[in-house]
Design a binder for this molecule. Sequence first.
Ligand SMILES: [Zn+2]
Length: 83
Amino acid sequence: MTEVKMMTYFVTFEPGRDGQHVVHSERCQVLIRGETDEVGAFADSTAAVRLVQALYDPVIACPICCGAGQSRARLAVAEAQGG
Ligand SMILES: [Zn+2]
């Protein structure tokens, strides 16, 4: 039995400083719901980014919630918030 944890992903309406739209997961600490469009539920950020690329260009995965160093980034955010 394989259990795949689905997570809802979002994309920013407006491009960021680099001119790139950013894909966030529902658990992202910097996600602002009012400034994002719901993409849908995916097993990982790669699938979400691939779908979003058909709608927005260029697109990057948020390094905080989707990055390879995900847990380390989360820790950094927690530390920055004094947690
Ligand atoms: Zn994020």
